[in-house]
Design a protein around this ligand. Structure first.
Ligand SMILES: *[C@@H]1O[C@H](CO)[C@@H](O)[C@H](O)[C@H]1NC(C)=O
Ligand SMILES: *[C@@H]1O[C@H](CO)[C@@H](O)[C@H](O)[C@H]1NC(C)=O
Ligand SMILES: *[C@@H]1O[C@H](CO)[C@@H](O)[C@H](O)[C@H]1NC(C)=O
Ligand SMILES: *[C@@H]1O[C@H](CO)[C@@H](O)[C@H](O)[C@H]1NC(C)=O
Ligand SMILES: *[C@@H]1O[C@H](CO)[C@@H](O)[C@H](O)[C@H]1NC(C)=O
Ligand SMILES: *[C@@H]1O[C@H](CO)[C@@H](O)[C@H](O)[C@H]1NC(C)=O
Ligand SMILES: *[C@@H]1O[C@H](CO)[C@@H](O)[C@H](O)[C@H]1NC(C)=O
Ligand SMILES: *[C@@H]1O[C@H](CO)[C@@H](O)[C@H](O)[C@H]1NC(C)=O
Ligand SMILES: [Cu+2]
Length: 422
């Protein structure tokens, strides 16, 4: 299997190195040369950057494997254990159905918490949601944002395999493929190989994004309304009961019959349907190939790369960044900063965020293993800078292990990651 991947991959690498480009363009300018706008907008440039990152990953892997003079590398990641994460629509229908079945299995397994500690947590799946809710204010707009979510997606993927027997490729969702019509995406077409449909449409105002508490106060950003707003109406999660959230009243598209959990009781039980409000305007504005490619090409430092990816209001206004872009292309529950993982799409969205992060790292891996920022949301309340010795905490009982940020830097480092993206 590995050799199949390798040969497919080498085709890309050969193709990619034949095209010269400026690997380290300065901030604020798209590279000239052969990177023209139409190649960026089609996703071709992103694919080339991915090939370069994969080439660098395989080089590291080979070096690590060689060191031990054995077949197995000292790091636990070697060519025969390396896995390739794939875009949802490239999985076979059988793999997509078994992935959905594994998610539904996690949703039926018992919680890792005592009910009194987390009243809204009814399943193992909810336990994953709860740890995100519980830590929201220390894992967003902080130094640990990218690595925490990398570790979270990886741990969820392990749980799908060890607890629920999933054995196919780990999927991610490249939203840029769907910006013209998210409703027609293989992610949301309502078929049994999707995550269910858009929400039921009700007439509502356009989206308005206001600065969250703690962030600099900036003018609201507004745009066109989404195409749903209510409960999803077709497909696998149509009858699924969400137990947690939403919390973030201001950002959530308001609608009939929505109740919120109070910010003083974040893990309260609040059963409701899964809501979506697919939004082409958000997708085209903030989740295009131009956006994901620009963030990789334009920023040399983790400070600026992360800030623009997150749409950090201390650095940039009038954009959600690709992180917010993917969240609000789906909207509904997936638009809630705290409880967005209630929508299983979350893990494929963050897979793509991790893909963009690893592509960016892979353009200059030696110099892109740092972090930037403090330990609290928008540094509110003020906190110290994070360091690579900090631990990434998951609060998932024996489903998780001790993990320092420094060990989350390399997706092929074997500590414990061992994957690349196709
Ligand atoms: C843009 O770049 C692509 C890839 O390098 C190339 O195939 C294409 O011809 C270029 N298009 C224009 C209009 O220059
Ligand atoms: C790894 O070892 C192989 C076989 O000994 C050698 O051909 C290759 O150049 C080495 N690669 C690196 C990156 O050291
Ligand atoms: C929430 O976080 C606190 C503080 O870190 C921790 O003590 C508690 O166990 C966490 N609860 C859940 C449900 O994760
Ligand atoms: C959802 O529940 C309704 C009512 O019980 C049922 O008719 C429908 O088939 C279910 N849909 C799915 C996709 O399970
Ligand atoms: C809101 O709830 C009422 C009463 O249960 C129901 O009749 C109505 O259809 C609901 N509206 C939406 C948009 O779900
Ligand atoms: C592409 O993205 C860059 C950076 O966000 C932006 O300045 C530029 O206007 C965008 N170009 C197009 C054609 O959308
Ligand atoms: C935190 O990092 C910033 C940016 O690198 C630096 O200016 C500041 O001095 C650091 N603060 C502390 C307490 O080390
Ligand atoms: C983890 O905890 C569950 C119960 O919460 C238990 O069934 C399982 O055996 C434990 N696994 C390990 C490896 O300790
Ligand atoms: Cu998050």
């Amino acid at each position: 299997m590995w050799f199949l991947y390798l040969s497919l991959y080498l085709v890309w690498v050969t193709f990619a190195i034949a095209i010269p480009f400026n690997a380290h363009p300065s901030k604020g300018s798209l590279p000239d040369g052969l990177y023209n706008q139409s190649a960026i907008d089609s996703g071709e440039v992103l694919q080339h950057l991915l090939s370069r990152a994969n080439e660098a990953s395989l080089e590291r892997l080979t070096r690590a494997t060689n060191k031990t003079d054995k077949l197995e590398s000292s790091t636990g990641c070697n060519p025969s254990t390396l896995t390739v994460r794939r875009e949802w629509r490239t999985l076979s229908s059988d793999n997509r159905r078994s992935y959905i079945a594994a998610v539904q299995c996690l949703q039926s397994k018992p919680s890792v918490y005592e009910p009194k500690d987390a009243p809204g947590v009814k399943s193992l799946y909810d336990s994953f949601v709860a740890t995100h809710i519980n830590q929201t204010l220390v894992i967003h707009n902080t130094a640990s944002f990218l690595t925490w979510h990398r570790f979270y997606v990886w741990t969820y993927d392990q749980a799908l395999r060890t607890e629920c027997g999933y054995a196919g490729p780990t999927p991610y969702w490249d939203w840029s493929l769907d910006i013209d019509s998210p409703r027609d995406s293989p992610m949301f077409d309502g078929s049994d190989t999707s995550f269910g449909s858009d929400g039921k449409y009700f007439e509502h105002e356009g989206v308005i994004f206001t600065s969250p508490p703690g962030a600099p106060s900036t003018p609201p950003l507004s745009g066109e309304p989404g195409t749903g707003g209510g409960c999803i109406f077709k497909g696998p999660f149509v009858n699924y009961t969400v137990n947690l959230g939403p919390v973030n009243e201001k950002q959530f598209p308001n609608g009939p019959n929505i109740t919120y959990v109070p910010s003083t009781d974040l893990l309260a039980y609040n059963p409701h349907c899964l809501r979506r409000d697919l939004n082409p305007w958000v997708a085209q504005s903030f989740a295009s190939f131009n956006q994901s490619t620009s963030v990789i090409l334009e920023y040399d430092t983790i400070e600026y790369f992360q800030a623009f990816l997150e749409g950090d209001l201390r650095y940039v206004q009038g954009t959600l960044g690709i992180h917010g872009g993917g969240h609000f292309t789906v909207g509904g529950d997936h638009g809630d900063t705290f409880s967005s993982p209630v929508d299983p799409v979350f893990f494929l969205h963050h897979g793509n965020i991790d893909r963009v992060y690893s592509i960016w790292q892979g353009q200059n891996f030696e110099n892109r293993q740092g972090i930037f920022g403090t330990r609290t949301f928008y540094n509110s309340p003020p906190s110290d800078n994070g360091t690579v010795d900090d631990y990434l905490t998951l609060q998932l009982g024996n489903l998780t292990k001790k993990m320092q940020i420094r060990d989350a830097m390399d997706t092929v480092g074997g500590t414990p990651f061992c994957y690349i993206y196709a």
